[in-house]
Design a protein around this ligand. Structure first.
Ligand SMILES: Cc1cc2nc3c(=O)[nH]c(=O)nc-3n(C[C@H](O)[C@H](O)[C@H](O)COP(=O)(O)OP(=O)(O)OC[C@H]3O[C@@H](n4cnc5c(N)ncnc54)[C@H](O)[C@@H]3O)c2cc1C
Ligand code: FES
Length: 313
């Protein structure tokens, strides 16, 4: 295969900019589909003519046998997955998907082998906005929230920006990252090396619930400790968070308390992924509304939101 280049469109979206909205239905082919750890897999799909995309955006994958047009018989609903990386070579594009095999659709996905067709709809949703005036990015993620942050780390690094990642999981065998040798200490915290971040020079501070990898703590607590030790960087930093909702909420509260621009990538159950079914609502503040809030759609207004917008109950 010809050399694949990182997409130069993926420098993220500038604040306030509009995403092109260009999307399509693609019949991709499996390049690789391999276990990463207990329950998590890394899937690489090859797609022709995939539109420009940026970290934070997602695709809807048909987790069932597609016909030659990319549809299937019956009413199987597509499943949303963040794009965890994207490389281009001529017309061809490779998409990285990191997924946890937990239900009917993802277990079907885990059985797909090299060369098999997979129907992909995308790219969908709004990506992370990169804050041009904030030279440091703190990426805070947990479990299956890590894929968009991996791509964001690659993108920021390609743009010459500094980033530090804070990655959490239940235990070492649920961490969907590839461990490579090397430990260094930043402040009082051990920094472990993972290929996905180390390859672009981004240090990773790790936390697991049971202490089997990195600190025995929740990732927002580890992040808060780091912030105390690096308070001088607060005015030059922005936070990008993705993962389980309690983790995102705690991270958003830290960001908001310190006045740090904080973007959160949220998950909702999504049927259409394109603003039609209304299944994916997120409550946002709205002073003009009678109750002080209104609904927005995670699939088209998000999945990335400014933490200040979201109603955190
Ligand atoms: C924007 C977005 C990005 C996502 N990115 C990733 C990712 O990169 N990797 C990853 O592993 N997972 C990701 N998810 C979650 C992923 O979509 C669900 O794990 C997947 O749909 C489960 O499908 P299933 O058929 O295996 O499970 P099911 O058998 O349908 O259900 C198992 C569990 O998954 C939840 N679930 C089912 N359908 C959805 C749905 N459409 N959206 C959200 N949750 C659902 C159910 O509530 C249930 O708890 C993302 C979700 C969203 C909304
Ligand atoms: S998933 Fe259908 S409107 Fe959002």
């Amino acid at each position: 295969m010809e050399r694949m280049e990182k997409d130069d469109v993926v420098t993220g979206a500038a604040p306030g900019s509009q995403v092109s909205g260009s999307r399509g239905l693609f019949l991709s082919r499996v390049v690789r589909n391999e276990p990463l750890c207990r329950e998590h897999f890394r899937l690489v799909l090859e797609v022709d003519d995939f539109p420009p995309a940026a970290p934070g955006q997602f695709v809807q994958i048909l987790c069932a046998e597609p016909n030659e047009l990319g549809w299937t018989q019956g009413a199987f609903i597509r499943r949303p997955f963040s794009i965890g990386g994207l490389r281009r070579g001529g017309r061809r594009c490779e998409l990285d998907i990191l997924y946890r095999a937990l239900g009917t659709g993802t277990r079907w996905l885990s059985r797909q082998r090299k060369g098999e067709p997979v129907s992909v709809l995308g790219p969908l949703g709004r990506p992370f906005e990169i804050h041009a005036d904030r030279e440091i990015a703190w990426l805070v993620g947990g479990g299956i929230g890590l894929p968009p942050l991996i791509w964001l780390a690659q993108t920021l690094s390609a743009a010459g920006r500094r980033a530090v990642a804070f990655c959490g999981a239940r235990s070492a065998d649920f961490m969907p990252l590839t461990r490579v040798a090397g430990v260094e200490i930043v402040g009082e915290q051990p920094v472990l090396a993972f290929e996905e971040f180390a390859s672009v020079g981004v240090p990773v501070i790790t936390a697991t619930d049971d202490g089997s990898l990195g600190a025995a703590a929740r990732v927002p607590d580890v992040f808060a400790r780091y912030l105390d030790q690096h308070a001088g960087q607060i005015s030059s930093a922005a936070i990008y968070a993705c993962g389980p909702e309690p983790m995102i909420r705690a991270t958003a509260q830290i960001g908001l308390a310190h006045g740090i621009p904080t973007a959160v990538c949220l998950e909702r159950v999504m049927a259409c992924g394109m603003g039609t079914c209304q299944s994916c609502v997120v409550r946002v503040h709205d002073a003009a509304a009678e109750e002080g809030w209104r609904y927005r759609l995670c699939c088209t207004d998000g999945p990335v939101f400014d933490a200040r917008e979201v109603v955190w109950d």
